[in-house]
Design a protein around this ligand. Structure first.
Ligand SMILES: [Zn+2]
Ligand SMILES: [Zn+2]
Length: 119
């Protein structure tokens, strides 16, 4: 893959927000990971990381908290699905559907947790 900005440079990473290839000159690294060197993508990567953390926490809480964790998992799933949809509307043909699928998977997981418990 080539850098999105420099077509003669090889990409070393993919932006976490827009999924374009970035070379070392164009990449910005923050605690959320690698993104393009612009604020929109840096914020996008930060938001992605926050949603991931939230859903991971919702799953981790499953054993100690009962129904709120199902609700939390479903809410996180809906958030992730909405974000994927948003990315798709924004023209992200690769990352959007992937994130939407992850969200749907999370909703399914939360639903199956609910059904298992009601038995
Ligand atoms: Zn980007
Ligand atoms: Zn570049």
């Amino acid at each position: 893959m080539q850098c999105f900005n420099h077509h003669d440079h090889a990409a070393v990473a993919t932006c976490k927000a827009c999924h374009k290839g970035v070379c070392p000159d164009c990449a910005r690294e923050n605690e959320a990971g690698i993104s393009c060197d612009n604020d929109a993508c840096a914020n996008g990567a930060e938001q992605t990381a926050t949603v991931m953390r939230m859903s991971a926490q919702a799953i981790a809480r499953r054993s100690s908290w009962r129904s709120p964790s199902v609700l939390g998992g479903m809410l996180a799933g809906i958030c992730i699905t909405a974000m994927g949809g948003f990315l798709m509307i924004g023209g992200d043909k690769a990352g959007g559907p992937l994130i939407a699928l992850m969200g749907i998977g999370l909703i399914g997981m939360a639903m199956s947790m609910k059904f298992r418990r009601s038995r």
